[in-house]
Each structure stands twice: as C-alpha cells, then as structure tokens.
Design a protein around this ligand. Structure first.
Ligand code: FES
Ligand SMILES: [Fe+2]
Length: 438
C-alpha cells in the first residue's frame, strides 16, 4: 500500500470503506499503530503481590504484565524462548517465584531472565548460552505508568508516555482525584466482549453525540417514565434511572454538548449528566473530599466537565464513574473489549455502588445500552463489507469547528470532528509521521 493510496482512502470529510474491512490495512494498523505506540496493559492493582500476572495482547502480540519480588512491574512477551510455547495459559494468576514452561520446564525469573533449564549438560559444546539474551523472555521496549495505570510500548524511541497522553491524561487525573487519597483500585471483575466489527466503530461511537437519542431511545424513554413517576410519587428517584434517562435527551440538547479533540486522536465529551445530586451519601462524600483537599481543590476535582475521555486508538475512560474500556483488536471485523471499573480508595461504599450501577446498566454486555451499540456496529460492518457504496461520510459540520492551539473544539456537539480528528491521527500513524515528528 502506498502513501498516496492512504491519502485517497482517508480524505478530510470521507473515508473509504476498506479501512474497516481490508485485512491488509488491519495488519498495517497493528504494525504501525498498536505495536508501535504506548498501549494500556492494566492497572497496577491487578498485580498486587510478587508473582501476580495479567495477560493481554498488544496488537497481535501475547504479553504478560507481572510484579517481581522488588515490586517492580515488567511487561514481557508471553513466549518461551525454547520452542515458543506461551508461558502463561491463564488470563491472570500468581506464578510464584518463576514462570515455568509447561512443555520442557525451562523456568524464568519474574523479570523474564532464564533461571533454570533441565539437564543443562545437554547444551555442553553447543552454541547455546544462558547469557545470551535469546534464552530469556523478551521484554517490551518501554514500560511506564501514570497514577497506577500501566502502559507498554513495543518499539524503541518515540514520545514518552506523558507526551503520548498529552491533555488526555486528565482521564486518570479525574478518576484518581475523586478519591480522597488520590488513588483507585481495580475491581477484579472484567466483562469481555468480542464485537463483530472493526475497532474504529467503537472509538468513533464513544464521542458520537448524535446517536444516543436514536440508538438508545427505547431505554432512555422508558427510564424517564419511571424516573418521572418516582419523583412525583416519592419525591426522588435513584441516580441510576438518570444514567439511562439522559440517553433520551433531545437532538438539540446533544448538539449543545461539546467535544474537545486533541492531537493524536484523543478527545473528550464534556459532562452532560450532572452527577452531583444532594442525597446524604453524596453530601457525606463531598465533605470527605473537602476535608482531604480543602474547599477549593475539592470543588475543582468534583466539577470537572467530563463524560468520556478517549485515548486513541484503544481506550475509553469514563472517569467520573470510574469506568474504563480497552480494545484489543483481533481482526478487521473482530474486536475484543475489556470492560473494567474501579473503586475510589477512601470513598464511602455508596459512591462505589454508583459506579457498579453504571457498570451493570450501561457498559455490561447484558445491558440494553451496550447491546444496542453492538448491534449497530455489527450491522455497520456488514454494510461496509457490501458493494452497496464505497464511502463513509464524515461531512457533518465539516469546516464548522474551532481550532485553537492545536485543539479542535466542536461548535456543535454532534459535529463529526471527532471522527475527522481520529482519522488525522490514523493517517499520521500509518504514514509513519507520528514518530518522525517527535
Ligand atoms: S517450549 Fe518451553 S521449555 Fe520447551
Ligand atoms: Fe451508544
């Protein structure tokens, strides 16, 4: 594929369908994006004790994040250097003092260095040496973390993690700052969903403010009916009705919400839910926050206008509700998503319950919200695989956004600037300029 053809495929206001369907483009995305950039591995609380590990894919590569005895975290290829067998067969667990291969029992320290090989004398007189790096597990080129969120990078050089995140690091600041001790802890339950659609459907959808009142209309309208009735008969309704009823906001309301689109494809959908009710639990929580940070700082932390933060090309963080979804693309038409949520350390249990309600009502695969989105993306994939048209349109409000200091602000919440900004980053990755400019 030539650079010229990428320019033809991705234009400023439309994109050719093949970028969602062509396996050659998918392979190039894995080579140039996922296997070169910083990719989220997991939260450090997923590997609390020495020997704890968690396996995941970075692009097409099977990786394992592990905590060693000195409590340092390593991210290693999940591959035995002897004959290639994956060392950790489980999703997560504790491997004790060493990784031991299930095939011929080569073992490795928790930093990946070879530790013991049975019948070592069999290598006498051969070219094999345990001092050779190829006899140990291979580590990711770079590992770093921000506020407990661990990322790894399989390529050398390029931007630091903080340069890569840029303004989008607010995803982690906003989530952690809502804890009176400034930290979160993962809830060790992860929904995993395989979406039968290209990963870009998910990323485009997260900040797509036109779709909720259409796609989620039936849920939103039903929830609003019950919420209204409860308010009329009991004076108030639980907050979780509000999570669902806001999906049925009018087109005009959605158009008035702003998206903020950063370099590298990252972005924010500003807050629209108003998550500061005045029930006793919230009042207690806010007073704990004020005690911890002082009036002014607590107010700053509690009033940030964020609904979603997207870290392109694979992460959607709903920091005010401690939700995080991470994409692990599997094929042009298949994407695994990990759906996590977190506890605010030091916050009352009632505040955790809110997060759990949102997790189950909106982000779980069993909910009416996520299921509606999944159906659209599957049908979208089918449509783009058909010969019924060549282009995907991103014309909405094209030329009608405000550019300031490299950041694109939508003047209309439903502007497709979100997708245009993501494809600018996509092209930059695919044409190698993302790293050339650093
Ligand atoms: S393949 Fe791992 S020890 Fe042989
Ligand atoms: Fe949706």
């Amino acid at each position: 594929m030539t650079l010229k053809s990428l320019d033809e495929l991705v234009q400023s206001d439309r994109v050719h369908r093949s970028v969602y369907t062509d396996e050659r483009i998918f392979d190039l995305e894995m080579d140039e994006m996922f296997e070169k950039t910083w990719v989220y591995c997991g939260h450090e609380s997923q590997v609390k004790a020495p020997g704890d590990y968690y396996t995941m894919r970075i692009g097409r590569q099977p990786m394992v994040m592990v905590r060693d005895k000195s409590l340092a975290i390593h991210v290693l290829y999940n591959r035995c250097p002897h004959r290639g067998v994956e060392l950790c067969g489980n999703q997560s667990g504790n491997t004790g003092n060493a990784f031991v291969c299930s095939y011929h029992a080569w073992s490795f320290n928790l930093d990946g260095k070879v530790r013991a090989i049975p019948l070592m004398k069999g290598y006498d007189g051969t070219a094999f040496a345990t001092s050779d790096y190829s006899s140990s597990m291979v580590a990711a080129e770079q590992v770093d973390s921000y506020r407990g969120f661990v990322f790894a990078k399989l390529s050398k050089g390029g931007p630091s993690l903080l340069d890569f995140l840029g303004e989008a690091k607010v995803a982690f600041d906003d989530m952690c700052d809502r804890s009176p001790v400034g930290e979160v802890e993962v809830v060790p339950v992860c929904h995993r969903v395989v979406q039968h659609s290209n990963w870009k459907f998910f990323m485009e959808n997260q900040l797509d403010a036109l779709h909720p009142s259409v796609t989620h209309q039936s849920t939103g309208v039903s929830a609003r009916k019950v919420e209204t009735r409860l308010k009329a008969t009991q004076g108030s309704a639980p907050l979780h009705y509000h999570y669902l009823s806001t999906f049925a906001s009018s087109f005009d309301q959605w158009d008035s919400v702003q998206t903020v689109n950063f370099p590298h494809g990252h972005g924010i959908l500003k807050a629209y839910m108003g998550l500061r009710p005045t029930d006793p639990d919230t009042v207690e929580y806010e007073s704990i926050m004020k005690k911890a940070y002082g009036e002014e700082k607590a107010e700053e932390y509690l009033s940030r206008s964020i609904h979603h933060v997207l870290i392109y090309p694979y992460l959607s963080v709903q920091s005010p509700l401690q939700q995080l979804r991470c994409l692990r693309p599997l094929a042009a038409n298949k994407t695994l998503s990990e759906i996590w949520h977190f506890r605010l350390k030091g916050a009352p249990e009632a505040i955790y319950s809110r997060s759990l309600w949102y997790y189950n009502l909106v982000n779980s695969p069993a909910t009416m919200i996520n299921a509606d989105d999944l159906e659209n993306w599957t049908k979208g994939q089918w449509g783009l695989e058909s010969k019924g048209g060549e282009w995907v349109s991103f014309h909405r409000n094209h030329g009608g956004d405000t550019l300031k200091d490299g950041v694109l602000y939508s003047n209309n919440g439903t502007s497709e600037v979100v997708m245009r900004n993501q494809f600018d980053a996509w092209k930059s990755y695919m044409q190698h300029s993302f790293y050339a400019n650093k």
